[in-house]
Design a protein around this ligand. Structure first.
Ligand code: NAD
Length: 284
């Protein structure tokens, strides 16, 4: 089975549209996501435009804070303080990576946890680890939505996570653990990667190396979620999984069209949830 992310994202976006309507009706405002873009990295510019387009399509307002020349530390922290205090702003999204020389950890920690729609503030990460309700990082929660949508059984499953980044690998492993999977984390120092992956009923890959996972490394019938995103010299975007080979033996997300649309949808969902929490009267 091809685990197409688009219908899953559409379902989430329908919920988001309903949430936006609810916020408008109850509070007379639109959920608002402040998007910060520092520097002039073309890929970051592209990501920001695509997030803004998607936000607009569901009725979320996304004012820009664009500084092609960058901002010094004091000005950036001051901007975050102002957005934290601004009651018309419900989410703050600094496009990562921030330009060299800026301490990303300091910037993230400065954002009010309830406005951290990326779910990477230390408080939200800590809540996730503690099993308390938290703002969940968008890509990992999007992966979970895909697995649930297509009916993967997680309880008691052997789950293998390749990659241990703060934004994907670590939180996704926690989400799988919270659903009672037996989770193994693999990374650059893992001795025999295939030895682990072949046991996996659920295999999640977030590395950024095209073709890392081949069909011989995958258990037949496994659920494979490919987060990787690499642009080949030909211009084609591919994941970490050898899709043509692995799709013959396992259920797998395509790249593009798998996890990518989910990440954007979950960001908008987090924005609506943040608005409802801050304005009161929301679902959660
Ligand atoms: P990262 O680049 O911060 O880290 C990569 C991880 O992979 C590290 O933890 C490292 O230990 C591990 N790794 C590297 N080589 C390995 C190997 N040979 N064997 C086993 N493990 C290895 O990771 P990231 O920020 O999570 O990004 C990973 C990939 O996912 C990238 O391609 C990125 O573009 C993509 N990504 C996609 C989305 C999306 O929405 N589709 C979102 C976030 C990241």
């Amino acid at each position: 089975m091809i685990l197409d992310g688009n219908p899953v994202a559409e379902r989430v976006l329908a919920e988001v549209r309903a949430g936006v309507a609810r916020v408008r009706e109850r509070h007379g405002v639109a959920p608002t996501l402040a998007v910060l873009l520092l520097g002039n990295d073309p890929a970051s510019g592209l990501y920001v435009r695509s997030k803004k387009r998607m936000a607009a399509s569901v009725g979320i307002t996304s004012p820009d804070y664009v500084y092609p020349e960058g901002l010094d530390r004091a000005a950036l922290l001051d901007l975050i303080d102002r957005l934290n205090a601004d009651r018309t702003v419900h989410g703050i999204l600094p496009q990562l990576p921030l330009p060299k020389g800026i301490d990303e950890d300091e910037v993230i920690a400065r954002i009010a946890p309830e406005k951290d729609v990326d779910g990477i503030h230390p408080v939200n990460m800590g809540r996730l680890l503690g099993g308390q309700p938290a703002v969940l990082p968008c890509t990992p929660s999007g992966c979970m939505e895909i697995l649930d949508h297509y009916g993967a059984k997680l309880e008691g499953a052997e789950a293998v996570m390749i990659g241990r980044s703060r934004i994907v690998g670590k939180p996704l492993a926690q989400l799988l653990l919270a659903r009672h999977a037996t989770v193994t984390m693999c990374h650059t120092r893992t001795r025999d990667l295939a030895d682990h992956t072949r046991r996996a009923d659920v295999l999640c890959v977030a590395v950024g190396r095209a073709g890392l996972v081949t069909a011989d490394m995958v258990k037949p019938g496994a659920w494979v979620v490919d987060v990787g995103n690499t642009r080949l010299p030909s211009g084609q975007w591919v994941g970490d999984v050898d899709f043509p080979g692995v799709s013959h033996v396992a259920h797998v997300t395509p790249v593009p069209g798998g996890v990518g649309p989910m990440t954007r949808a979950m960001l908008l969902r987090n924005t609506v949830l943040a608005a409802e929490r801050q304005l009161g009267g929301g679902l959660r």
